[in-house]
Write a protein that binds this ligand. Structure first.
Ligand code: NAD
Length: 479
């Protein structure tokens, strides 16, 4: 199954690699030695090291190779055959292969690290890269528990690094235009947003027995900060997604993309409460995360968001229900790559209740007012494949380009670490509610704290396995 990146069908948009990229708007403060490990010349290439050569790491390498101002100089993977295959793809005889990312971080000539490993590694690899003076592109989902995101934000600030999150769809033309539609107020009061991820992978991926890890796989380093558990084929390449130790299921996997767009469009910092229920109700395999999950968040300003995840029913009869729907008093905006505004009708509310007689004085007085649209229909953006909302645009290439540009300019990227953390908070809070039997979790988005629930608050953090706990403390300056 493809996770969430669909290469665009049809022609690939031209990727403009500027012949000369200027250091734009770089303030003196931003250019101190402490904040910028080495000042790049305008014509100098940015040296990049990639960690994780799986489904998406490979795609990143294919993309980055097309940038004339990028040098791929390192590739790290704990599965040896993948390092060999990846180095062959990179095709740079000077590029080095690694199994331990810390050795790659020692290379002072590397400016940027791209983290494309399973989710349980994202936080620590990012934090340690910041400590090593590298800028980072880290794949979504950012974290598997809330405190990891706080640590990542701290590290990016402490070491003054550029950190881009792999929620690339925010770059979509339709997303930017949809944001302006909401900003204009044309939809009236937006009171609710409905998002969904439906597909059918029933009966799942089977059950894999405990076995010896492949000789070429450093399973202990694959596990890293996660609890030591016996190897099964599913507890490693690609299928890690179905286990709580390494992932938050589709809530964090696909949810990270969609919720990122909602928060961006609504300019929302975070929810004030969430409830979520569901479970692995249909699959007949050894996965743990829900295949069926509903969640509802409430947000300051008076709106709710509900998210339906279905892994065992693709709702084939109703493709229109995919994507995001923003419900306003005057119209609905559907966003699935491109956006469409569908007007609501202005009616006399009295005419919408059943006609009856015999009511007391002061009862309804029916009128002959005809329904008229509140607003005009409109649409824009780039048409989507309606499943993942990637449209015909190569938003991943846009995000990669933005990262490289920001490494040079020291400007903040579109998909920055603070925004990525807020998205991850939404996802992780929903999973907290689910794992606590569906109870409502209240959240203070300013203080970033669970309100009035010690058990839930305790689940916002998790110890890392040694020696990674010490590595974390040292990077955060708490050793
Ligand atoms: N942005 C998107 O649209 C998008 C799409 C797909 C996947 N992703 C994300 O990319 C990440 C990777 O997903 P995938 O499908 O490529 O997984 P994958 O299992 O195919 O690849 C991950 C690779 O990381 C390697 N790895 C694991 N631990 C390592 C370590 N300590 N050091 C070095 N290498 C290590 C594994 O051996 C594997 O080769 C996930 O977090 C996923 O959510 C993002």
């Amino acid at each position: 199954m493809q996770d969430s990146y669909n290469p665009p069908s049809g022609s690939t948009p031209e990727r403009k690699t500027p012949r000369r990229i200027f250091l734009r708007e770089v303030g003196a403060a931003a250019m101190t030695a402490a904040s910028y490990s080495r000042v790049l010349g305008a014509n100098e290439r940015v040296n990049i090291g990639v960690i994780g050569y799986g489904l998406i790491g490979k795609q990143h390498i294919v993309d980055l190779k097309k940038f004339e101002d990028v040098n791929l100089v390192g590739l790290c993977d704990v599965y040896k055959p993948r390092v060999e295959e990846g180095l062959a793809l990179i095709g740079n005889p000077a590029a080095k292969g690694y199994s331990d990312f810390r050795k790659m971080y020692d290379n002072k000539d590397i400016q940027g690290i791209l983290v494309a490993t399973p989710d349980h590694w994202h936080a620590l690899m990012t934090i340690m890269a910041c400590q090593a003076g590298k800028d980072v592109y880290v794949e979504k989902p950012l974290t598997i528990f809330i405190d990891e995101g706080k640590w990542m934000v701290q590290a990016a600030q402490k070491y003054n690094r550029i950190v881009v999150v792999g929620t690339q769809r925010r770059h979509g033309k339709g997303v930017g235009e949809a944001r302006k539609v909401v900003e204009s107020g044309v939809l009236g009061k937006i009171h609710s947003i409905r998002i969904a991820s439906y597909r059918n992978i029933y009966p799942g991926f089977g059950k894999t027995p405990v076995a010896q890890p492949p000789a070429d796989l450093d399973y202990d380093l694959w596990l890293g900060p996660a609890e030591k558990k016996p190897y099964t084929a599913h507890r490693a390449l690609y299928h890690f997604r179905w286990f709580w130790d390494y992932s938050g299921g589709q809530m964090t996997n696909l949810g990270a993309h969609t919720i990122d767009q909602v928060l961006y469009i609504m300019k929302a910092k975070g929810p004030t409460s969430v409830v979520s229920m569901g479970g692995r109700l249909a699959m007949e395999d050894d996965g743990e995360v829900p295949d069926t999950q509903d969640a509802i968040w409430t947000f300051p300003g008076g709106w709710i968001m509900n998210y339906a995840i279905r892994e065992a029913n693709a709702m084939r009869g109703d493709a229109a229900s995919r994507g995001q729907a923003y419900f306003g008093t005057k119209g609905t905006m559907i966003l699935a790559g491109g956006y469409q505004v569908v007007p609501e009708n202005k009616i006399d509310p009295v005419n919408d209740i059943p006609k009856f007689s015999g009511h007391p004085v002061g009862g309804p007085v029916y009128t002959d007012t005809q329904p008229t649209p509140w607003i005009q229909a409109s649409k824009g953006g780039v048409e989507s494949d309606a499943r993942y909302g990637t449209g015909g645009e190569d938003t991943m290439a846009m995000n990669e380009r933005n990262w490289i540009d920001c490494i040079r300019s020291r400007q903040q990227p579109l998909c920055g670490i603070e925004e990525g953390h807020r998205v991850a908070v939404c996802c992780n809070l929903a999973n907290l509610s689910l794992r606590l039997g569906g109870r409502q979790i209240r959240w203070d988005p300013d203080k970033e704290q669970v309100i009035g629930d010690k058990e839930a608050a305790a689940m916002c953090t998790k110890p890392y396995r040694a020696p990674w706990d010490a590595a974390l403390k040292s990077a955060l300056g708490k050793a």
